[in-house]
Design a binder for this molecule. Sequence first.
Ligand code: NAD
Length: 481
Amino acid sequence: MADGIRPFWRNWIGGAWVEGGDRTTIPVTDPATGEVIAEVARGTPADIDRAVRAARACFDSRILRDVRPHRRGDLMLKVAEELGKAADEIAVVECRDNGKTLANGRNEVTLTQRYLTYYAGLADKLEGRQIPLGDGYVDYTVHDPFGVSAQIVPWNGPLPVGARSIACALVTGNTVVLKSPEDSPLSLFLLAEACERAGVPPGAVNIVCGYGAEAGAALAAHPDIDHIVFTGSLETGKSVLRAAAERVIPCVMELGGKSGAIIHADADLDRTAASAVRGIFTHAGQICSAGSRLIVHRSVHDDLVARIVKLASVRTVGSGIDGCDMGPLISARQLARVEALCASGIAEGATPVLGGARVPGLAGHFMAPTIFTGVRPDMRIAQEEFFGPVLVVLPFDTPEEAVAIANGTPYGLAAGVYTRDLKLAHWTADRLVAGQVYVNEWWAGGVETPFGGMKRSGYGREKGQEALLGYVQTKNVGIRL
Ligand code: NAD
């Protein structure tokens, strides 16, 4: 048993902890060491079916729908409280199966509690409209839940990503089957335990870990789900959408990104450098909204790059549990992919002014913090998502050119603007095609602000009040008096 991590974990279906249908398991590996730290029951399509049936039975029982809405909020508050009791275990689990730093692991618990309490507070505030039809009529709208919400979660932030979708689904009266990520499933089992202790009704939340192509595909194609929330890569997202199209199921799609920040000539360079370093090297760049491209006015390009390289060079790379600043990539496959993409950049003529390859001599999947200059917008490293600690820097001469570069990828998740000129900030934000624009601070925003993509980064919104609208359908009731 590593660091007190329990060696075997079961799936949570219909309020019971169950083995995988065929009794096989999935090994969970520490990406910092390559060591197998636990086994989880492998959810099969039969387990997914069992979970969907449990969620359907719970939905049909109306146990969540028929209570006063604030009671659903109370339930989320209780889950948040119970989750807090497992905070230390979760922080360690996030280091060991996910490669986070301990500080990040702790933040994930706080963030998840914020999602749960935020949506708890909104449970009784989703109001319909009364529509005037003239004498003899009363007309009003209500927000009906969809039914069984199928949720597929990526490995990089499973706890907050899973919890925010579960909270939105439950406070609006849906039930949930969540397919947890096979690479880092443990923290969501701790959320399931918190749900159990909080008294979430059996079947309202089901958490099943399984392989994507097996359990994930079975969930997306299940004939008895009513709604899909998918967070993951563009290619997987397309296959989920194809499955959803067969049954015309509504989807919230949270996909990848290649988010760029525009640095105008008047920006505060010290603050911009610190913000850029945080934006790309947090969780080794394995964040969908990582700031992976810097589009810098030519007059400050060299100065800013020097400041960023200086800050990035002193970051320590190693296991988060040992207190290092930056942890590993999730797998050997992902490390090889990031390295190969770096090699393509070098072959196309870009210059790695920092890093460019794996960290030698470490057992885990550690990529060096990497910064490329001399990058052209059409290079693969300027177009494709690394999902790693790699920053590409592109110069510009005019604001119009900067916006064209920023918008010149298939993605539209996040974008940034750094300037002291409010008018220029507005001008730039208005032209950026991205679900969120950060001005003078990467990730300015929070639990309260809607988050999601434009273009190939997806559609629908998570976070903020707006997210709730993705979990309900409008019903109009027209009455002839
Ligand atoms: P992924 O697409 O490989 O996997 C995501 C989930 O889908 C996993 O649970 C996986 O098991 C499952 N899956 C895989 N194949 C499937 C299939 N055929 N049918 C159904 N499900 C399947 O992505 P990942 O590597 O886990 O995560 C990284 C990606 O997620 C990046 O592109 C990142 O940008 C994106 N992401 C987006 C957001 C957002 O909010 N926009 C948040 C986090 C991550």
